[in-house]
Unconditional design. Structure first.
Length: 728
């Protein structure tokens, strides 16, 4: 991924309820009103039926799901593979529905996938700029690793809210054939909420320690002749002081989706989404002098970040598309999406100079904006040749990325705030007033692609997937005077091939090979070769796996090896593209209903990484930074038989130690986190009501995470969350 960083790759107790915002007051009032409707108003007049001594009623069988049964994702988007059941793909993929997201009280994608053993947290948005994670030791690409409805979507140092989305999918590993350019860590695909066939009315009021209140609304339905018109509206507001000392949060979300069923086979859809998030008291990153070990996280003050530091992002996106079912075997679609993200930050990079914890605090005030556009057309169909079944996908796409950057004072050089101490910090004077911002177009990237895949089913059990994607990639970099400083182009063909064997209708064994390219990185302003930019990096992935999803249990096992080009800052402080990173690992996860009321889920990741073919002897043969050698996760859910609708849960995750830099001279130790949660669903006055509560990081474990190389980030504090949802 691009290194556009400014520096080296770079239970709290509940307080009294404050005066609610107008939105909160309205939502809270509606919730109380609906919850206290007299039961008598819903009573119906019963007419006694005549009875006869010899009357015999027919036998009736009634089936009903438990209120606590978790929702399952039936189908996922596979990019160039089209939609498929997760068990029918030759790749490692997991997904979570909006119901599961709500029940987990997830706030970001990091929360959604926190119990997947392949996921390691890189940053928590309680204190740092955003929440983000790595998959199998490789960070999700902030420029190409996020999709909305399968189309590329900007997510640079920002968090996509979960309220506008029906499900979130995680494809582990390379994605070159399915989605085009992107780092081999994986792809996060957000599937937008669409109009519901049945009327939907849902309100939620939530609380998060230390004093954050939220109000959310979700409305959907259809109207008009033959119910042709559909709508889905989501809105959310969240504001207050978090459990992390000195951190203030404000977040707003608004989304509207609509569709028109023009004919039984032709549907038009459109959506518009907007969100804005601002956090005060944020940290960009923390680094230590090369001669020092990383400080013990449990002994560092929680208040070493200045309260006036901030990070603000604002995103607007508009999308539209047409889906046409040609016949029972063929369908086609076309879609377009525009997205704009504005980023405004004034947070600090902290550099620790000595073992006593003395550090220099430099604030970087930065404005930037990203503009994305994507057009995609696809045809999917089935046909037979000589008794062999073919499932084919043909498609073409175009996308562009433009970044507007800042060359003003405080952006590239930063503003020195002063000296401070990790263990006994003081308030420093804010020196960033009166800054002048100078935006300019930093780069433009375009990608044109065509792709085709064929899943050839030789028998009921055996099939082969073959696919190719051709991409025309071009990139132009500019300086603040609009002069071209570098240009790159590439026209790769990214193949994928897989053998799949259905051991039964619910299970698949597979062997797959994928190639991919990712955009090259750039030297930061702290590197000796700033602003040098490199061309694309190539990756290869080999994977052998087995997956099954049954009524009472499921499992996923994958043995993989990934070879990827290496980018890092060497011992001469030069950002280089040199050698190969090799990732070899075993990714296992599963779940089982051990009894009627008990569900257990979890998994283990074993990961071995190594840098090879490196010119720098201090780096060659070393472990890749920010990659744990193991992760173990587990979660238990209990449906309490003494109170129908109540589910109690406990989860824990152990993440192994990680090196902080490429030379393996600094490391962060392993850490364990644990969470508790409860959910109670019932009906009151004829309405479905769900109460949820959670305590994250129960033992208030303090630890460091590490990411791009050279700096660490603090963990989130113990946090209590609660909310109430009413549907009517």
């Amino acid at each position: 991924m691009f290194n556009h960083r400014r520096l080296p790759l770079r239970a709290a107790a509940c307080q009294a309820m404050p005066r609610l915002s107008p939105i909160a007051s309205a939502v809270f009032g509606l919730t109380v009103a609906f919850a206290t409707l007299p039961a008598a108003s819903l009573a119906q007049t019963a007419t006694p039926a005549a009875t006869q001594a010899d009357a015999t009623l027919p036998v009736a069988t009634v089936k009903a799901e438990r209120l606590t049964e978790p929702a399952k994702v039936e189908r996922i988007g596979g990019g160039a593979l089209g939609e498929r059941k997760p068990v029918d793909t030759p790749f490692s993929v997991v997904a979570a529905s909006s119901e599961e997201i709500q029940d987990r009280m997830a706030q970001t994608a990091s929360d959604v996938f926190k119990y997947d053993p392949a996921v390691s947290i890189l940053g928590e948005n309680g204190r740092t700029e955003n929440a983000y994670f790595a998959v199998r030791g490789m960070a999700i690409d902030l420029l190409n690793g996020t999709k909305v409805d399968g189309q590329n979507f900007v997510s640079w140092n920002t968090d996509l809210p979960l309220e506008p989305f029906e499900q979130v999918e995680l494809l582990k590993g390379l994605s070159g054939f399915m989605y085009g350019f992107g780092s081999p860590g994986g792809i996060i695909n957000y599937v937008a909420k669409r109009p519901t066939d049945e009327p939907l009315r849902q309100f939620t009021v939530g609380y998060q320690a230390n004093n954050v209140w939220s109000e959310k609304i979700d409305l959907g339905g259809r109207f008009g002749p033959d119910q042709r018109f559909g709508y889905r509206l989501n809105a959310a507001h969240e504001e207050g002081r978090t459990a992390d000392p000195g951190v203030q949060l404000r977040r707003d979300v608004l989304s509207l989706a609509a569709d028109l069923r023009m004919t039984p086979d032709l549907k038009w859809s459109a959506d518009v989404m907007y969100w804005k998030r601002k956090t005060n008291g944020t940290l960009f990153g923390l680094g230590f002098d090369a001669s020092l070990p990383v400080a013990d996280a449990s002994k560092v003050s929680r208040r070493f970040v200045q309260p006036y530091s901030f990070h603000e992002t604002e995103t607007t996106t508009v999308g539209t598309g047409v889906d046409y079912r040609i016949n029972d075997k063929w369908k086609t679609s076309f879609k377009y999406r525009f997205a704009r993200e504005s980023r405004f930050s004034g947070d600090s990079y902290i550099f620790v100079n000595d073992a006593a914890g003395n550090f220099s605090d430099t604030q970087y005030n930065w404005k930037s904006a990203f503009y994305y556009q994507a057009y995609d057309g696809m045809v999917q169909g089935r046909f037979s040749t000589g008794g062999i079944q073919h499932d084919v996908v043909l498609g073409a796409g175009y996308q562009s990325q433009v970044r507007v950057n800042d060359a003003g004072v405080g952006a590239t050089d930063g503003i020195f705030l002063g000296e401070n101490n990790l263990y006994n910090p003081t308030l420093l004077t804010n020196q960033a007033s009166g800054l002048v911002y100078q935006p300019y177009r930093d780069y433009k990237i375009t990608q044109k692609s065509v792709y085709a895949s064929d899943t050839i089913q030789f028998t009921q059990r055996v099939s082969v997937l073959a696919g190719l994607r051709y991409t025309d990639f071009s990139q132009d970099n500019f300086d603040s005077s609009a002069n071209v400083t570098a240009s790159y182009s590439a026209r790769p063909v990214s193949p994928t091939v897989a053998l799949m064997v259905k051991t039964d209708n619910d299970s698949t064994a597979y062997v797959s090979y994928v190639e991919s390219l990712e955009q090259g990185g750039s030297a930061s302003n702290s590197n000796a070769n700033f602003p040098q930019t490199y061309g694309p990096l190539k990756s290869k992935q080999y994977e052998v796996g087995y997956k099954t999803e049954r009524r009472g249990w499921g499992a996923n096992v994958a043995l993989f090896r990934i070879d990827r080009g290496y980018e890092y800052t060497n011992t001469a402080n030069v950002f280089v593209q040199d050698g190969t990173q090799r990732y070899t690992g075993l990714d296992t996860s599963g779940w089982v209903r051990v009894a009627r009321d008990w569900r257990v889920m979890g998994g283990v990741l074993w990961l071995d990484t190594k840098a090879t073919g490196i010119d720098d002897p201090a780096v060659n043969g070393k472990r890749i930074f920010a990659t744990p050698s193991y992760i173990v996760s587990g979660r238990v859910e209990y449906d309490a038989p003494f109170l129908r609708g109540l589910t109690l849960a406990a989860g824990a995750k152990v993440t192994g130690a990680m090196w902080v830099n490429a030379a393996n001279t600094q490391y962060v130790p392993s850490y364990t986190t644990a969470d508790l949660s409860a959910r109670y669903t019932t009906r009151y006055a004829g309405k479905t009501v769900t109460l949820r509560a959670a305590l994250n990081n129960v033992f208030d474990r303090r630890y460091w995470t590490t990411t791009y190389g050279g700096f660490v980030l603090p963990s989130a504090a113990r946090t209590f969350l609660a909310n109430a949802t009413v549907q009517f």
